[in-house]
Design a binder for this molecule. Structure first.
Ligand code: KG4
Ligand code: ZN
Length: 344
């Protein structure tokens, strides 16, 4: 029985979990920094790093207390080593190194995106490689063919904004709170998705990628026109995002090679409308649809601990020299796409 401690600190959640190799989450804790960043309408890196430094070790203590375990009971320590805000990543990775060193345990440096990519296997042990993954978060919007642990082929990425970024910016333009995704979803529930004519960038295009910048500008114009209510703009924006995600994912299902399932992960996967549309698409293509539970879609420690278990099983551990990486693409062979290089 392998038990791994996972540490996550790459964005605005400090999260810690203890996970067993049969998929049992022994304990998990999370401290969100939402209140710290809300006044600025986005994550402030300096504030994030300080908040991670304050929150991390108390969370580690709390997780061990709840599990009635000590560091001696774990087999290895997995810490996010990138991509993300470098200050926060360093807090988590250096703490992971210190704990591993003190307890004489192995360290596993985790790519945050691999955490999201493998998280569905934590709850669905039957899920086999290869599967098609739509990874939609605040920093990323990618279609990946997950071929094995550490083996990812990127089929598509965004040429400008990530899907979650589009939700966050739309929320800001509409005067809704931060983080934007859940607020836009709430407003959209009261609105009419057909009320505002908005573009669907790259819909039907031969290139496989995503684009949301034009949609964001159109939302701003609709808002400034004074012709539409907030709820209708939120609903129409969400529908436009859904149409784009479905169109691009349909292309990857049709042309990306056979897969065992369509899987969605990342914070935007918490959106009920997006999940529903993807479930319908999978049904039409006769493949199972897998979506992790909501708490596992947004950043958390369990997905990092689980990626640690997958890597540990495959003999993939790291030494103490491993460095934090602000950019770290899952598929190093993927071609560079306009603008997308900034993200990972
Ligand atoms: O994966 P995640 O927790 O952090 C990153 O690695 O980026 O994703 C956060 C993103 C944010 O942009 C947030 O607005 C978005 O996920 N998000 C949502 C919803 N919940 C979170 N977007 C749409 N609908 C939601 N319900
Ligand atoms: Zn994430």
């Amino acid at each position: 029985m392998t038990i791994i401690l996972g540490l996550e600190s790459s964005c605005d959640e400090t999260a810690v979990a203890l996970v067993r190799d049969d998929g049992h989450v022994i304990a998990h804790k999370l401290a969100t920094q939402e209140a710290h960043h809300a006044p600025y309408g986005g994550v402030v890196p300096e504030i994030a790093a300080r908040a991670h430094a304050e929150a991390l070790m108390p969370l580690v203590d709390a997780v061990f207390r709840e599990a009635d375990m000590t560091l001696a009971d774990v087999d290895a320590i997995a810490a996010t080593a990138g991509p993300g805000l470098i200050g926060g990543v360093m807090v988590g990775l250096v703490s992971g190194k210190a704990l591993a060193h003190a307890a004489g345990k192995r360290l596993i440096a985790i790519n945050h995106l691999e955490g999201h990519a493998l998280s569905p296997r934590l709850v669905d042990p039957e899920l086999e490689f290869p599967y098609l993954l739509l990874l939609v978060s605040g920093g990323h919007c990618q279609l990946l063919r997950v071929e094995g642990v550490g083996r990812y082929r990127r089929l598509a990425t965004t040429i400008d904004d990530a899907a979650g970024e589009a939700f966050d910016k739309t929320a800001k333009m509409l005067g809704l709170g931060y983080p934007g995704g859940p607020e836009v979803e709430k407003a959209a529930r009261r609105g009419d998705p057909k009320a505002v004519p908005l573009p669907r960038p790259l819909l039907g295009s031969a290139e496989p990628h995503f684009s949301f910048a034009g949609l964001k500008s159109a939302v701003l114009r609709a808002q400034e026109s004074g012709k539409y209510g907030t709820d209708d703009i939120a609903a129409s924006f969400t529908q436009a995002v859904i149409d784009c995600l479905i169109d691009r994912t349909r292309g990857a299902l049709a042309g990306g090679g056979p897969v065992s399932a369509l899987v969605v992960a990342g914070g935007v996967a918490a959106n009920i409308g997006i999940r529903g549309a993807l479930a319908d698409l999978a049904a039409r293509h006769d493949v199972p649809f897998v979506a992790p539970p909501l708490w596992l879609c947004t950043d958390n420690g369990a997905m990092i601990a689980w990626a640690g278990i997958e890597r540990f099983r495959s003999g993939l551990t790291d030494d103490m020299e491993v460095a934090a990486r602000p950019r770290w693409p899952l598929d190093p062979d993927a071609e560079k796409v306009r603008g997308a290089g900034i993200k990972a």
